[in-house]
Design a binder for this molecule. Structure first.
Ligand code: SF4
Length: 856
């Protein structure tokens, strides 16, 4: 495959740094490792060719984390080398299905730019313009240095100044993320979750008590109504949905609210090209239609006691006249919000015609109860999106699609075990340190982060950058990150550059030297999740849940160590050598092999024993509680996946985890949470809503409702609303060093091969004097990026859409135009300001900023 890719766009800053100097350590290490097997890069053969050549290959089980679908896979391995990937037929979630980006894992694992050995920084100065000057060191030296810095914090009783930043994780996370952080003595285990799609859990939680991603029964549904979700490209279970979608389309209608013609919109029956930020307006107008037309699902919602529909536009209703069954507060919702929210009202705000709103609402409700309202990140990761998320999800309640055949479902039950309790290994210093306020300021008045009803219950990831910069509540002196890249992936990532430069000692565990690594003092080479790691994930789809094993199935030519288990074991051992043995004792005294009772003698044994402990009820027949029956650890490793029991439909009707046990249209659960948060700060709920930028006051703050979007940037200076989106080949931003990512970019509607394009409506382009292929700058109040104009009718006028994923200035020789110096493409996050949906804690990515487009 030739790869003469064009450099279509870049924001450049010449700093006189070469990639050669950054990675000189890595290259030099090749000579140090002459005793190790040679790296056999890239795919050399297919299974068929391997067979012809007489090479013995076998399909081995694996787990893909290229996105959060977390599919069960099989990998064809020939002589210790992975050559092909396919779905694992043993999985009841994804089966043999595979998405297109599954195959890019092969380019990732054999990426010649991977970090191969530990490296240390030689330049004490830190900044974007400072070459770190990394040189190779041994694992022993790296661990020695890390242990010294941790012990220094402990000696000075400053253990709270340690932070652990988590990126892509498995469910082995507790070892590094939680117990090691607490035993050191810090409260600061900071996950990436609110940079992901955490905001979309808010609606389900404050209506049906479900703080979780949902699964959707697409094979039995009759109508799918999607909100900013693109399951054929980016939303959960992409492999399964890509496979099942054709059959689903034969049986069901699909409507999608989305400002851009996404992969899913291109195949839908109805595309509602909504003005960004007005999904909530559409949803409440649809609810209005469903009620005024008398189309709600009575077996779930109930009815007026005399059977006469009193939902008439503009008129209030007496609550005593309606008898609800499995819901709570329908009439109050109507009186507080819905009665005036006609399709005509919503059409004026959203740009979607009243006729289309009415038609979709009626057809959706007429298909009840086998319907689903599918809320993705689009309407949930905006500044005022909490209530829109509730409104879109509430349509599942009105139509009885919640927990029902063909509807919106929770995850099936799994049977796993917690890791051993670590509380006996916390000394006085640790106990004192862990009780400090967390560095991300969660739970403060202006950051309620109401995960599961608790003030400060959820992480506030992106805020940690400002907190570190401001030393509020304190400074961070030692930090460790793994498989994260916050200064690339977080809105206004430039703040993270400053924050990381400020941390005196930073460790990064990663496969590739990323923008985050640039500021590190020590870089540790990580394993690739799909081929080299012990771990497990759990996910749900197709009305099942599976637990998928990660196993080392290929030769590891270099000194990669597993981030979540091997690294903390080695750090614990090193700390013990230096006199602090709590962490090591926790590991060796409590993580015994469940089969033999043997204590782990090295990091590799520890990683496997920890995995056996966590998953034992799945593979040990004596502990079996449900789902697939697997006869022992060896069989589990051979199959690679455990499947749950089938979905228990309608089991939660009348038994939801809300304050009332019902599906709440008037959320007593949210009212309770907001009142607790207000009380904690000695103020009122209205004041909380005000400082958190919401428009609602009084009782409206407890019902799903429409709020106008909060968009940064003056409309005169910045006339276009920016639409960020994900793509089919994005493996969470980690495919930027894979050539196939660029060659196959046009798998997504409106995209171009080997380019990074801003998709602009031709009518807007004409006004700007732009032609297809012109170089443009996109500027917002927070930054500026450059890319190529793509004239395309798949974006609504007044908006500009651009895919996330390019704009790296590090990560590898393909990802950056000039490593360490020059971007390849533009990073959307440089122009998206750091703001939040403060009730959920979710970072705002969508409908959040206005931009200007200039031809260059
Ligand atoms: S990239 Fe996502 S959808 Fe595709 S195989 Fe991997 S986990 Fe599944």
């Amino acid at each position: 495959m030739n790869f003469p890719y064009e450099e279509s766009c870049a924001t450049t800053r010449d700093r006189g740094i070469t990639r050669r100097s950054f990675v000189k350590g890595t290259l030099a290490t090749g000579a140090l490792l002459s005793g190790m097997p040679a790296l056999r890069a890239f795919v050399r053969t297919s299974p068929a060719r391997a067979a012809e050549a007489g090479e013995a290959g076998e399909w081995l089980p694996a787990n893909c984390q290229g996105c959060t679908s977390w599919c069960s896979k099989q990998v064809y391995v020939v002589n210790g080398r992975a050559v092909k990937v396919r779905g694992n037929p043993h999985s009841k979630v994804n089966g043999e299905a595979s998405c297109p980006r599954a195959h890019l894992g092969l380019q990732q694992v054999y990426d010649p730019d991977r970090i191969k050995v530990p490296m240390k920084r030689t330049n004490p100065e830190k900044g974007r313009d400072q070459d770190p000057g990394f040189v190779p060191i041994s694992w022993d030296e790296a661990l020695d240095t890390i242990a010294d810095r941790i012990l220094e914090l402990r000696e000075n009783e400053e253990t709270h100044k340690y932070a652990l930043f988590r990126g892509r994780y498995t469910y082995m996370r507790g070892v590094l993320y939680k117990s090691m952080t607490r035993i050191i003595g810090s409260p600061n285990n900071i996950s990436h979750s609110t940079l992901c799609a955490e905001g979309e859990k808010f609606g389900p939680y404050y209506t049906e008590g479900l703080w979780a991603y949902r699964q959707y029964d697409v094979e039995n549904t009759r109508y799918m109504l999607l909100w900013g979700a693109d399951p054929l490209a980016a939303n959960r279970q992409v492999s399964y949905y890509s496979n099942a979608w054709g059959k689903a389309l034969d049986r069901a209608k699909v409507a999608i609210s989305e400002p851009r013609l996404s992969a899913t919109a291109a195949k839908a029956d109805e595309w509602l090209p909504v003005e960004p930020g007005y999904d909530g307006a559409l949803a409440v107008a649809m609810a209005h239609v469903i009620l005024t037309e008398g189309l709600w699902y009575r077996d779930f919602v109930g009815d007026f006691s005399d059977g006469k529909n009193r939902f008439v536009a503009g008129e209030t209703v007496d609550e005593g006249q309606f008898e609800e069954k499995y819901t709570h507060g329908l009439v109050r919702w109507w009186n507080l919000e819905l009665k005036d929210k006609t399709p005509e009202w919503a059409a004026e705000k959203s740009g979607v015609s009243a006729e289309q709103i009415r038609r979709v609402a009626k057809e959706f409700a007429q298909s009840a109860p086998h319907v689903l309202s599918w809320v993705g990140g689009g309407p949930s990761m905006q500044v005022r999106s909490a209530y829109a998320c509730m409104a879109c999800h509430a349509l599942n309640g009105l139509t009885g699609g919640v927990d029902n055949v063909g509807g919106s479902l929770k995850a099936n039950t799994v049977y796993l075990q917690d890791f051993p309790d670590y509380s006996d290994y916390l000394d006085k210093t640790a106990k004192k340190g862990k009780d400090h306020e967390k560095i991300d300021q969660r739970g403060r008045l202006e950051y309620p982060c109401l995960k599961k009803g608790k003030s400060g219950g959820g992480v506030n990831t992106n805020r940690a950058a400002d907190a570190i910069n401001d030393e509020d509540p304190y400074e961070i002196k030692v930090a460790m990150g793994y498989m994260n890249n916050f200064n690339f992936s977080a809105p206004q990532g430039q703040r993270w550059d400053q924050a990381l430069a400020k941390i005196p000692f930073l460790v990064h565990i990663t496969t590739n030297a990323s923008e985050f690594s640039w500021f590190a003092d020590i870089v540790l080479p990580d394993t690739h999740h799909q081929f080299e790691k012990w771990g497990y994930t759990k996910s749900h789809g197709n009305t099942y849940r599976h637990v998928v094993l990660q196993q080392p199935i290929v030769d590891k030519p270099f000194e990669y160590k597993i981030d979540e288990t091997e690294v903390p074991f080695l750090i614990g051992k090193k700390l013990a050598e230096k006199g602090f043995d709590k962490l090591h004792r926790y590991h060796v005294e409590t993580f015994r092999d469940p089969e033999t009772g043997k204590a782990p003698e090295n990091e590799s044994e520890f990683a496997e024993y920890a995995l056996k402990i966590a998953t034992e009820p799945l593979w040990n027949p004596a502990k079996w509680k449900g789902g697939d029956k697997i006869n022992g650890w060896e069989e589990f490793k051979r199959i690679g996946v455990w499947n749950s029991d089938p979905y228990p439909f309608r089991e939660r009707w009348g038994n939801m985890a809300t304050e009332t046990g019902q599906f709440e249209f008037y959320s007593e659960t949210l009212k309770h949470a907001l009142e607790k948060h207000a009380k904690k700060h000695g103020t009122t709920v209205d004041r909380v809503l005000e400082v958190c930028k919401y428009q609602a006051r009084g009782e409206r703050g407890f019902v799903p409702h429409s709020e106008d979007p909060y968009v940064h940037g003056d409309s005169e200076e910045y006339p276009f609303v920016f639409v960020d989106h994900k793509a089919r080949l994005n493996r969470e931003g980690r495919t930027a060093n894979c050539s196939w990512y660029y060659e196959l970019k046009d798998l997504d509607p409106g995209e171009r091969q080997n380019a990074d394009v801003a998709k602009i409506n031709p009518a807007d382009a004409k006004k700007l004097g732009l032609e297809d292929g012109d170089s443009v700058k996109i500027a917002s109040p927070t930054g500026e990026i450059s890319c190529t104009a793509r004239l395309w009718e798949g974006v609504r006028p007044g908006t500009v859409a651009k895919c996330y994923g390019q704009g790296h200035w590090a990560y590898g020789r393909l990802a950056a135009k000039v490593f360490g110096r020059q971007h390849r493409g533009g990073n959307n996050n440089y122009i998206i300001p750091a703001d939040y949906d403060r009730l959920s804690g979710g970072s705002a990515y969508y409908g959040t900023v206005r931009v200007r487009i200039d031809k260059v």
